[in-house]
Ligand binder design. Sequence first.
Ligand SMILES: Cc1cc2nc3c(=O)[nH]c(=O)nc-3n(C[C@H](O)[C@H](O)[C@H](O)COP(=O)(O)O)c2cc1C
Length: 440
Amino acid sequence: MQILRGDAATPSILLARAADGAAEPSLSAAEATGAWKAWRKLVKTVSPEEIVRKITASGLRGRGGAGFPTGQKWAACASQPPGIRYAVANGFEADPGAQLDRTLMERDPHAVLEGLAFAAFAVGAHQAYVVVKSTAVVAVRRLRDALRAAEEEGLLGSDVLGSGFDLHVEVREIQGANVLGEETVLLRAIEDKRAQPDQRPPYPAEKGLWDKPTVVNNVETLAAVPWILGNGAEAFSKIGLASAPGTTLVQIGGAVKQPGIAEVVLGTTVSDLVKLAGGPSGTLKAVLVGGPSGGFLPPSELDVPLEPGALRDRGALWGSGTVLVVDDRACIVDLASLMTRFLNDEACGKTIPCRIGLRRLAEIGDRLTTGHARPDDVQLATDLSSDTRDAALCGLERSAPNPLMSGMRYFMPEFEDHIVRGICPAGVCQPLRVAAGAAQ
Ligand SMILES: Cc1cc2nc3c(=O)[nH]c(=O)nc-3n(C[C@H](O)[C@H](O)[C@H](O)COP(=O)(O)O)c2cc1C
């Protein structure tokens, strides 16, 4: 995937070593540009508590979707009673089409491994895993090559750099549905158990892999850690938003002139992201922010900054960091229904809201797009969404109503066309009639 040039003022934290995707990332080349420098220095000179303090002071928040403060998570894990702990890098990248984490792991596997090493050191874990989708074959191979090189250099393994700290890392391939990316499901997959979520609390930081305290972080979160520890927590905390500092990777696709991946500061508006990708390739109708369980925003809402709270307030999601631009040839009812059906198919069905609630929601979507809508479908979808969210066990159920709910919030006339008038103005849904004069 093409790397888009961001604002020249944006510091390159995540893509500094990642620009050339064709080159195999060697340890010596990575070290020449700063990889493992912080680890070499700090693993022998600084305490785990100090690492947690620095990460907390940096304000780093998780890039896996929820934006949870990383230092707080590490502190919670580190403060558990003495015993075995684990550290896990979540590189599953659940959302279809998302290639952000994969790009990072392919182009800079050392940043991910170094960040994971710090996470393990901070919480006192001696075994760590990088979990990757088995179809991400290049990422898996490059991570394994990088791991082997780091072990041969003494950066990982037994008695790291003569520090007395042991850290064994395994790259674990898994394959399965979208829900596998959810942290408790991911942990069950590592244990070779049925991939279904657990009730939280207790969070993995208290009770994770094999019931031991486990810190789970997204690979992008971890890749920022060496930069923070090398350049200082304060320097990081001053980048972007005070409430969510640093940079993040975003993938902008759909109806744009130049789709690709960019590194931007948190707080960049969705409208600026569309511009970064060369602008819309047609007449902009909506932007789906946050992947299949994200929300559709109309052009009037695109001044929203990339920040978990602001996006949530407008009905969207940070989620996977993908931004899909939709032009006026698309039907929002059709797209929202497609996302709902996908999430229903990918859900594990452990709970009744998940097993039955999402199915009923998907059936409503199917009715709307096939000319079988019932007069009370809007109310039914709204009630069902709110019940499903309230009773959700995991984030999949909680966010699955987003596409339909955001669609109805901002594009109600298009829904009414389908339900009341039996018309699909965009001419996408069959066998609904196309409005007179609409483009086909
Ligand atoms: C359905 C679902 C899918 C998820 N997929 C991913 C994923 O692919 N990668 C990821 O890092 N986090 C994913 N998450 C979030 C994780 O549960 C977890 O919050 C994250 O890995 C924690 O890392 P962070 O604190 O660094 O963000 C998913 C959550 C849900 C509910």
